[in-house]
Design a protein around this ligand. Structure first.
Ligand code: COA
Length: 267
């Protein structure tokens, strides 16, 4: 029996992309997994994939920006799964927009989802996590400490989430709660394909800047998440594990926008 059997994991934004991959990975190890998101349909697809593979999955619709909905969703999770061992703050919104054209509401919407949503979930998960000396994992981005032209809203929000990772690790360590982050590099998912990969040709330019010579896969992040949230990482807290093939070492920005402009001869 694996160390995950009898445990439960809540993944926000679990209806697609990295969230779905992480949910499937935890479920494959025997954890009961609750996927949370705004739209029911993709959540039910995640649950179906988990169940088809022999795992236990549940869906809960919730907008992480709304504290009351979050409180109810976490109560649902604890009720369905009996406990809450791991919270993965993965829900995000992103799009490329030059900062001088971004509306205040566009900036606010992304910060609300990523940063305020991350706090709402952590805040209401606290009592459950304290009971079992649980774990919080925040999904950030390397541009939280570097830069990425065209996504100031997401960069600011992820930087805040990274600060929250360290602060909560320092504050809640006394309760046995570990808080860590993963910073993924460029990865193809439905969401990133739609919102960030503005030109197929961009990939070649991007790969040249990645020492390990390839774009990432959702499973790269899922494996890192599993390790950071598991017993093997029992003395790891307040850290951010970068999973990007070494991209950030070269200055590390994804440069979705500038690479595109350069490619298109506009830069
Ligand atoms: N470029 C510029 N501004 C944009 C935009 C874009 N591509 N997409 C949305 N916005 C702005 C809107 O114009 C609006 O501002 P306004 O009221 O000043 O016009 C503001 O953002 C909110 O948009 P809205 O669609 O009403 O908000 P929402 O809460 O329904 O959606 C988003 C939130 C904007 C983050 C949306 O992209 C989303 O839901 N994303 C989830 C999926 C996702 O992005 N995943 C990440 C994949 S990498």
């Amino acid at each position: 029996m694996s160390g995950w059997s009898g445990k439960s994991v809540l993944v926000t934004g679990g209806g697609s992309g990295l969230g779905r991959a992480m949910a499937q990975r935890f479920a494959a190890e025997g954890a009961a997994v609750v996927v949370l998101g705004r739209r029911e349909e993709p959540l039910l697809e995640s649950v179906a994939l988990i169940e088809r593979a022999g795992g236990r999955g549940f869906a809960v619709t919730c907008d992480v920006r709304d504290p009351e909905q979050v409180q109810a969703a976490i109560a649902f999770t604890a009720d369905r799964a009996g406990r809450l061992d791991v919270l993965v703050n993965n829900a995000a919104g992103n799009f490329i927009c030059p900062s001088e054209q971004l509306s205040p509401n566009g900036f606010k919407s992304v910060v609300d989802i990523v940063l305020n949503g991350g706090f709402n979930c952590s805040r209401f998960a606290f009592e459950h996590l304290r009971r079992v000396r649980g774990v919080i994992l925040n999904i950030v981005a390397t541009y939280a400490w570097l830069a990425e032209p065209g996504v100031v809203h997401s960069a600011a929000a992820k930087a805040g989430l990274l600060a929250m990772t360290r602060t909560l690790a320092a504050e809640w360590g006394q309760f046995g709660i570990r808080v860590n982050a993963v910073a993924p590099g460029p990865i193809h998912t439905e969401g990133t394909d739609k919102n960030l990969w503005v030109a197929p040709e961009l990939e070649q330019a991007m790969v040249r800047g990645i020492p390990l010579g390839r774009i990432g896969q959702p499973s790269d992040v899922a494996e890192a998440a599993l390790w950071l949230c598991g017993e093997q990482a029992a003395w790891v807290s307040g850290t951010c594990l970068t999973v990007d093939g070494g991209q950030w070492l070269s200055g590390g920005v994804y440069n979705f926008r500038t690479a595109y402009e350069r490619f298109a001869g506009k830069g």
